[in-house]
Every structure is written in structure tokens, then in C-alpha cells.
Design a protein around this ligand. Structure first.
Ligand code: ADP
Ligand code: MG
Length: 348
């Protein structure tokens, strides 16, 4: 779905009040009954009706009267709430072009009042793996009704916490600026995804810096778990920046070694197949691959432990839900079709 934020400025305070009421009602209702919207928004009788009409026109809510008369938030409705919050905090003042469509997110260029450009990542968990969300619903128990809101928000909370921590510890990652709902605001990285690169001037150096990054993360207790050419940005000076953190795990994870090796193998495969640099055939390479067991023998700082002990902790239990989802939620064509149908419905 296209994100058209122009209508943001046409929405009144009451419109947002009603939109927020729908969001709050979603905690317990898949479809929020009109009476509940009325009572949460606290607008005088019929007051919310006019607002709902506006919200419907801008596709911020979706009407459903299959079982009773009610509404649910669309992903654009959720986007608006997050963007408005970031605007009122003074972090951003306009939303520009979309610069990326990730596996489970939409990425926009945004600007603040001073014209500084940032990146806004809107998480959309459950878009590419709709089935996975459904499979997880039982597990999510009472909260099943708002699983996409719930999971996308968790992903943003986690990503923000990890990005901030990694940046503060000198890792080449974007600087995390702010977070609200399913949105993460961060600095814009100068560079393009490695996947778009056909030739690298000094491929051994870049290869080594990737392996060094994987090793350094592990030596601080962390595994990225999606360390590949899509999540590494490279600039003209061949410097790499790592992005995309919702799936990171601790080296204490049950499958830590396997996840670590998977990250390593992704990079080896990419360099061998796409760049034409085969690490195994380079005699000048000091080590082809880092060994997990060696690295974790002398962990110097446990960022995994620090992160759990930080503000991120209050959501730690919920994060198990997120982990269950992001580490298993592989996409299948069938699921995408299903989700497309959903979106079409939403647009109608
Ligand atoms: P997903 O979790 O959906 O894979 P990513 O965080 O990997 O999302 O971002 C998707 C794409 O958006 C990236 O491949 C990159 O092209 C672009 N992107 C994301 N964050 C930034 C950033 N901070 N600076 C520049 N480009 C970015
Ligand atoms: Mg990515």
C-alpha cells in the first residue's frame, strides 16, 4: 500500500482521537465495536461518527459488519499514528520518497524542520509470512487479535534498542534516533546494499571486514542472524554498515553456533558466487572463517545481557513471541497471495 501522508494535515484532533480509540480497542477486539470507539474517544454522542467517515475516506480504518458493526485499524492508520507522534516530538516534519522495501518493512526518507534527512523504517511483520502469523496465533493467546500490530511494534522496540546499543559500542550501524509503535527513526547511511554491487575493488578487505564484524558481534555476545548482502550497505570507500536487527539473538541462544555459521556461510556464498572472490582459494587470507567456539571463550562485554537489563527488559517476555516469529517465519508464495487479498479488501 502506498503511504500518502498528505492527508495527515487535513485530519483534526478529534479524527486522531478516534483513530487512537480504534488502536486502543484493538488490544481486545479484532474488530472494534462502534460503541467502544465512542466510549474510548469520549466524544459526545455521534461525535465519533463524523471522524470515522473521514478516517474511512483516507483508508486509515476498515469497516467490518460481518458479526457486528465495527472497525479495525489499517496499516496506514497505524503508520499515521506513529508518524504523527514523531512529528509532535519534533523529530520529523515531512515524509519523502520510499527508499526501500524490505522483507518485512517499508523504508522512507524523512526530514526534520532543519532539512536534515533521516530514515524511517515501518515494520510490517506478517506481511510476507501471513501464514506464520496465523500459526503463531494460538501461541500469542489473548493477543492474537492484534498480532500484526503487536509483532510489528515489538520488532521496532527491539530494533531500536539493539541499534542504539551497537552504535554506542562503536559498531558500524545507523544511529538510532527515536521509536514509536512500529516505527524506527535512524540516520541515513551513505551506501548501497551489497546485493547491488557486481564488482568490488578490494574484495578480500571487504570480505575480512564482514567476517570481522560477525566476530566482533559474537565477542560482545550477539549474533545478527540475517547477516547477508541485503543487510550490508557499502559506500565508495568500501566501508560496510550493518542494518536490520529485529532477529538478533544472544550467543547463549540454543542454536547460537548454527545461527552464527549461517551468517558466515551467507557471506562466503555471496563473495564466491556473486563477486567471484572465493575465500577458500585465497592463500593470502589469514583465516577463511571465524570459529564460534573460539570467540565465545573470551567474550569481553556481554551486550546481550546488558540489553536485557536495559529498558528493553520490560518487553523481554513478549520478545519470545517475536523471536519465535522472526526465526521461523519463512515466506511462502501462498501466504503472499493471501495477504494480497487482504490488502485488496482493505483498499475497497
Ligand atoms: P527489512 O527488515 O524489511 O529487510 P531493512 O532494515 O533491511 O528492512 O531495510 C530495507 C532496505 O532499506 C535496505 O536494503 C536498504 O536499501 C534500505 N535502508 C534501510 N535502512 C537504511 C538506512 N539507515 N540508510 C539507508 N538505507 C537504508
Ligand atoms: Mg533487511
Amino acid at each position: 500500500m502506498k503511504l500518502d501522508v498528505n492527508s495527515l494535515r487535513y485530519l483534526s484532533k478529534d479524527d486522531f482521537r478516534v483513530l487512537t480509540a480504534v488502536e486502543m480497542g484493538s488490544k481486545n477486539h479484532e474488530i472494534v465495536p462502534v460503541e467502544l470507539i465512542d466510549s474510548i474517544s469520549g466524544l459526545k454522542h455521534g461525535g465519533s461518527h463524523k471522524c470515522i467517515k473521514t478516517l474511512l475516506r483516507y483508508k486509515l480504518v476498515h469497516h467490518d459488519n460481518a458479526r457486528y458493526d465495527g472497525y479495525r485499524l489499517t496499516s496506514m492508520g497505524y503508520d499515521y499514528l506513529a508518524i504523527r507522534a514523531l512529528c509532535s516530538r519534533g523529530q520529523i516534519s515531512s515524509v519523502g520518497r520510499q527508499i526501500g522495501v524490505g522483507k518485512e518493512s517499508d523504508i522512507f526518507e524523512v526530514a526534520n524542520d532543519d532539512g536534515e534527512i533521516f530514515v524511517l523504517k515501518l515494520h510490517r511483520l506478517g506481511r510476507t509470512s501471513f501464514r506464520a502469523v496465523k500459526d503463531k496465533r494460538d501461541y500469542l493467546g489473548k493477543r492474537k487479535n492484534y498480532s500484526w500490530l503487536y509483532l510489528s511494534r515489538l520488532a521496532a522496540i527491539k530494533e531500536y534498542a539493539f541499534m542504539k546499543c551497537l552504535y554506542e559500542h562503536g559498531f558500524p550501524v545507523p544511529q538510532a534516533i527515536d521509536q514509536n509503535r512500529h516505527a524506527v527513526l535512524m540516520t541515513l547511511v551513505d551506501g548501497k546494499p551489497l546485493v547491488q554491487v557486481k564488482r568490488i575493488e578490494n574484495s578480500r578487505l571487504v570480505y575480512e571486514s564482514c567476517m570481522d564484524l560477525i566476530s566482533r558481534l559474537a565477542s560482545k555476545g550477539l549474533i545478527h542472524c540475517d547477516f547477508n548482502e541485503f543487510n550490508l550497505l557499502i559506500n565508495d570507500d568500501n566501508e560496510v554498515t550493518l542494518i536490520d536487527f529485529p532477529q538478533m539473538v544472544s550467543v547463549a541462544h540454543l542454536n547460537a553456533e548454527e545461527l552464527f555459521d549461517r551468517d558466515v556461510n551467507c557471506i562466503i556464498r555471496f563473495f564466491s558466487k556473486k563477486i567471484g572472490y572465493v575465500p577458500e582459494q585465497d592463500p593470502d587470507l589469514s583465516a577463511i572463517r571465524p570459529a564460534f567456539t573460539n570467540i565465545i571463550k573470551d567474550i569481553d562485554e556481554q551486550l546481550d545481557v546488558q540489553l536485557v537489563a536495559s529498558g528493553y527488559k520490560k518487553d523481554a517476555k513478549d520478545m519470545k513471541d517475536l523471536e519465535a516469529f522472526v526465526l521461523n517465519g519463512e515466506s511462502e508464495d501462498e501466504d503472499e497471495e493471501e495477504e494480497e487479498e487482504e490488502e485488496k479488501e482493505e483498499e475497497e
